[in-house]
Design a protein around this ligand. Sequence first.
Ligand code: AMP
Length: 311
Amino acid sequence: MSLTVVGSVAFDALETPFGKRDRVLGGAATHFGLSASFFTQVNAVGVVGGDFGDEEWAVFKRHAINTDDIEIVADGKTFFWQGRYDYDMNTAHTLDTQLNVFETFDPKLSDNSKKAEFLFLANILPMLQKGVREQMPDTKFVAMDTMNFWISSMKDAVVETIKVVDCIIINDAEARQLTEEPSIHRAAKKIMEMGPKAVVIKRGEYGATLFTKDGYFVVPAYPLESVFDPTGAGDTFAGGFMGYLASQGAVDDEVLRRTMVYGSVMASFNVEKFGTERVDALEYNEINERFKAFKTMTHFDDIPFERAVTA
Ligand code: AMP
């Protein structure tokens, strides 16, 4: 089954304690699309400027991502984001955001993109997310992301969008900010009361948690010794999650648990190099190997709990 993603396509300038890049391919739709492309056919919807070159298009092409709905504004510049990470790689410090052609982005979906059974609304203006969702009323499963900026500046609009999706994939700080609840369990419950059947709360290097009406499932992050650049890890997680889900068709608790593992597997690759470098060059056998490692890592034998201390 196919999957449509709407979101930013960008040039990023990145700085981590381990290196620096002045201009790499980035954007939420890019990281998401690359990751999902290992599992299903992806349509990307976005906008770029005339500065978006052959090298960048080649990345989408290598992964057979349909770019027909990435609009080109020839006399404009592509969205630019500059970020820095200190040793706490869970927190990005935004140094510069130049919206450029993204400022007037008005997603127009072709019939092909509209036909997709799965839809991911990456982090864009909540009203635009809702507009896209309305263009695809018959979609089987819709998930969304958002960010602290929208929650603080237009929370009502964020909630209106949450009401019309099946799943939301956000980080723990965003969940707390949205619901004004310190407990992520309560926060997830409150979000589900708004409409979604599933809530995924990402916690950076500590993994991610899935909440559904009847279930709770935690997946760790892969224990990497060196994290090089976490930019796009959240979108890469969402790409693995939605891509695998779309490849399965059925959405039930068991499939959702596996989607969580694939999300974590894909995110673990993304952080090993700058920008899209690692996922762009990824091989299927590497995904399978890491999936197996996750199975081993999270496998609990049925060891009964025994009293360690006796009176
Ligand atoms: P993540 O690290 O998964 O949250 O996503 C990082 C990507 O989001 C980067 O490649 C940026 O280009 C992109 N990005 C950063 N700020 C924004 C924004 N305000 N709107 C849309 N995309 C953004």
